[in-house]
Every structure is written in C-alpha cells, then in structure tokens.
Write a protein that binds this ligand. Structure first.
Ligand code: GAP
Length: 514
C-alpha cells in the first residue's frame, strides 16, 4: 500500500514536470480540487475524447451527438431531482474544524477492515504455501471471522442509513465504530447535515429580474431536454442514443486524490433510448460494450472490474460501475445506469409538454426508457496514466527510465524526430521528415542533449516512436525507428515510413480492437 502511495505521488509529480496536469491558479497557491491540463495533457485528453466520440458515433449507426449549453433553465434541475436530492451527508470535527463526508468516513472504515482480512489471508498463504485453501481459511479463521462479522454489521446499517436516508443513524455508526478525525484524532463530531453539491449563480443584470441558475452537475440533462429535438429533426427510431462531451461542476466536500474528484470536470455521457421492457437487455449490452472499450486500451484486463450498486438511485432499476485499479484501490471510472423513464417523465411533468415517442411498429405513444453510460474524462485520463506509468532499469543506457506505455493512438506526441548530431546537414534532413508528417502525426523535433537523454524525454511523455536521422540517412534515405516499449530499433526507408507507422498510430487501430 505504501508503495502504491509512493507511485501515486510520483505520478502527480510526473504530470507536473512533463506538462500533463498543473494545479489551477498555482501562481496564487492553487484552488481546491481544480486543475489545468498542460501542453501534453490537453493532447492526451483530446485523444481520449476522440476515441470515445468515434466509438459512439462511428461504431454505432444509431448514436448521434449534441453539444448543449452548460447553463439551463433552473426548473430542469428541480425536475431531475438535483435541487432536492443531489446532496452529500457532511459532518464536521469540532476540534480540527475539518469537514468530511459521513459516508466516506464509513466507507474508509469498511475498507480498513477489508485490508485487515486481506493481510491475514496473505500471511496465511505464505505460511501454508501450496496447501493453502483460501475459502476454508476465510470461513474458519477466528480473527478473519470476527473482522467479517463486524464488516457485515456496519455495512448493513450503512446501506440502510444511506437508503432511508437517516442522518442520525449515519452519525451513530461513526460514533459506534469510534471513527476519529485524521487531523485532530478526536471523536468530537457535529450532527450530520445534507449539503447540495450544485454551484449556483445569477443570470441577468438586475437584482429583481435575475434568475438563479446552476452550473450543470451532469451533462445528461442537456440530452434529455433535447430528446424530442434530436428525435424529430434526425427522424431517429427507437432504439437510438444521444452522446455528449462537456464540463460538469460539483461542489465536492471531499475533494482529494488529484484529478479523481474535482469540482470542475468533464464527462462523456450517452443516453440510449429504448422501448419499455427492453431496458435490461440493453443495459447488459452497454455494460459489455463499455468494458471492451476500456480493455481495448491495453492497460491489462485484470485492472478492470464491475461493481454493482448496493443502493440504487430513486430513478434507476439497475446500475453498475466500471472500476479501475488506481494506485489507491479499485475506483469508479464509469457508471452504467438503467434510468427507467424517470427523466423524460419528470420533464414532461415540469414543462407541461408531451415528451413521448410514437412507435410506428407498436402503433402507440410511450415514454422511452433510458440506459446511460457516463464516464469522466479526467478519471479515464488518470487510469491511463496510472496504468501506463512504468519505471525500468536500463542496463545499456544506465540508470532507470520512466515510460508512459500509453496506447499509441492516444499518445500526445506520436513521433519524435531526432538528428544524431546538429551538423553535417542532419538537422535539416530531420526537419524535412517533420514536415513530411505534419498533416498525419503530431511530431516533436529535438536536437538538444545526447540521444539517450532525448529518448528518455520521449519515453516520459509516452511517445511511441523516435526516428533518428544519422549519416546513413544522407546516403540511402533511411532512418532508425526506435520503439518506446521494447527499445527495439529498425531501419526503414523514409518513403516506407508512413505505411509502417500509420497502422500502429491511427485511431482506427484502437477502434478496431473494441
Ligand atoms: N449522469 C450520471 C452521472 O453523472 P455519476 O456517477 O455521478 O453519474 C459519472 O458520474 C462519472 O463522472 C463518474 O463515473 C466519474 O467518472 C465522473 N465524475 C463524477 N464526479 C466527478 C468528480 N467530482 N471529479 C471527476 N470526475 C467525476
């Protein structure tokens, strides 16, 4: 665990050092849980968005995109339930004056019990070797059974308290479990209160005439309120989907873990409209499609898992998360929700306008059911960085190299063109190669320092290929192509380079793996 925390710290430092992610407003000491993407970060982020967008709108003939405004009529958030129910239960420690999410404190407590069980199991596995029977150990070892019983009791009370919701009960669990404030170490807690996560502002110039508007906490509502516009103008037939990428804002109480939980973030959401009664088969369909999308990035299948929700939101009849093995444990990257007809029905009720679909085959009107896939761009970005960050000892070059083994199609820079030396016309030849590919791949020209140091710089930002221009290039128009992951080198003639590189670097190469 400590090793993982160490890696996470290194990753954050790496993001800053190589221009991926900077703390926002750093000159003014930063702004909590808000981040800026740097020159490499923005390229990686744009590539992730393109990968998602094309997987949705190219690979699914019945999915189209929109781009709705961040500001929307405030009644939309009343209809969606966000004004009344988009709350987190918060609790303050009276001594440290620090504010926490009550549910997170309890979840962390449960995670600690899980860790204890895992440690006991690991120790026993080492002790017994090949004869170790995990199931038997978990069901018979008295310490493990004690931990498990405690976990079961707390978990059961917790799920019920969140479901009701019962704020007093949440506080009672914190007291019963003797959860202490990590800062003050005391158990001097306030009551638990609900805290709405939406940011609001005023629209309009006069106090009387101004309207309280919200910064959207999800992009999904922009899709729901455009359902009829898209269906009618696009002559869309159910089943069909509407995809959207855009910023969302939440006043998160516990904003930690770098870009995992931010106050301003970006979502890629798709609402898929289906016939009532057919939602569960579409839910299963999208679960599989979305998991394949993640796995196609090649970070390792074992790093992903589904986590079905214990507690369903009031509008959902099924929900699961796709979790990724982050350095701080398996965490949600994407949610897949069966949202029933809740949102469209609510907008029909609150707007007073009919929001229904006439099904020509069924010859009747109905409110479509919805399957939602919702992924955070920033969390996907973090999963890519965490999954691709490697440190390797390099014997021939000396020392260690840090590599981002990013999927080549998503790498911020696709090619580095490096003249072995600046003189003898090698620099000019290298510039010619950069120009040759300027419309195809993002290239970086670098002539500074030894070739070894230049390779390392490219490895650190995940550049899949380095092209070295040497004296032989001037003789026979060939270059060496060095691969990032295995450092193998191949001699390729310049006219053959495009055909060699393109299948490895193109978005198509990634999309066809889904
Ligand atoms: N429309 C459904 C919805 O918004 P959600 O589970 O609240 O569902 C969907 O959010 C995804 O948005 C999450 O899986 C996560 O990737 C991302 N997300 C949510 N809150 C976030 C935050 N504070 N910072 C970064 N990403 C966030």
């Amino acid at each position: 665990m400590a090793q993982q925390e160490d890696i996470f710290k290194k990753l954050i430092a790496h993001c800053k050092e190589y221009g991926f992610v900077f703390p926002s407003s750093e000159l003014y000491d930063g702004l909590g849980a808000v981040y800026d993407y740097g020159q490499q970060g923005v390229e990686l982020k744009n590539n992730i968005k393109r990968y998602w967008w094309e997987s949705m709108t190219l690979l699914h003939k019945n999915v189209v995109g929109i781009d709705s405004a961040i500001f929307m009529h405030p009644t939309i958030w009343k209809a969606s339930g966000h004004v009344d129910a988009f709350n987190d239960p918060l609790i303050d420690n009276k001594d440290s004056k620090k504010r926490y999410r009550a549910d997170v404190l309890i979840e962390e407590y449960l995670a600690k019990i899980e860790e204890k069980i895992a440690k006991e199991t690991e120790k026993a596995a080492q002790r017994f070797g090949d004869t170790f029977d995990k199931v038997q150990f978990l069901t018979t070892n008295s310490r493990v059974k004690e931990h498990q019983a405690k976990w079961n009791t707390v978990h059961e009370h917790f799920v019920q308290a969140m479901k009701d919701p019962n704020l007093e009960e949440l506080r009672q669990i914190i007291l019963d479990c003797e959860i202490a404030c990590p800062i003050s170490g005391s158990r001097n807690w306030t009551d638990v209160r609900q805290f709405n996560l939406m940011f609001s502002t005023e629209m309009g110039s006069t106090v009387d005439g101004s309207l309280k508007v919200y910064l959207r906490p999800e992009t999904a509502q922009g899709i729901f309120v455009n359902f009829l516009n898209v269906q009618k103008t696009g002559r869309m037939k159910i089943p069909f989907g509407i995809a959207q990428i855009g910023k969302a804002f939440r006043n998160e109480i516990v904003a930690r873990q770098f870009i995992f939980r931010m106050r301003e973030f970006e979502q890629m959401e798709m609402q898929f409209f289906v016939r009532p009664g057919e939602e569960m088969s579409w839910f299963n369909y999208w679960k599989e499609v979305r998991l394949r999308w993640h796995k196609a990035m090649g970070l390792g299948d074992a790093k992903y898992r589904f986590h079905d929700h214990d507690k369903l939101a009031h509008y959902a009849n099924a929900a699961t998360d796709i979790e990724f093995a982050m350095p701080f444990g398996f965490k949600e990257v994407e949610g897949i929700h069966s949202r029933t007809d809740f949102d469209l029905s609510q907008h029909e009720k609150f707007s007073g306008k009919k929001v229904q679909y006439f099904d020509p085959e069924w010859n009747k009107n109905y409110t479509p059911y919805v399957i939602e896939t919702s992924i955070g761009v920033d969390r996907c970005f973090l999963s890519l960085l965490a999954g691709s960050y490697h440190e390797e000892a390099v014997s021939e070059e000396g020392g260690t190299r840090v590599i981002l083994k990013l999927p080549p199609a998503l790498a911020p820079v696709k090619l580095a063109v490096l003249p072995l030396v600046k003189k003898d016309g090698l620099a000019e030849k290298a510039q010619e190669v950069v120009e040759l590919f300027q419309f195809d791949f993002r290239c970086q020209y670098d002539e500074k320092d030894t070739i070894g140091k230049r390779y390392r710089r490219q490895d650190a930002i995940g550049t899949p290929f380095c092209i070295t221009i040497d004296h032989e290039t001037l003789l026979n128009n060939s270059v060496t192509v060095r691969s990032r992951d295995d450092m193998s080198q191949e001699r390729i003639s310049i006219p053959a380079l495009y055909d060699y590189l393109s299948p490895k670097l193109s978005m198509k190469s990634l999309l066809t793996r889904i």
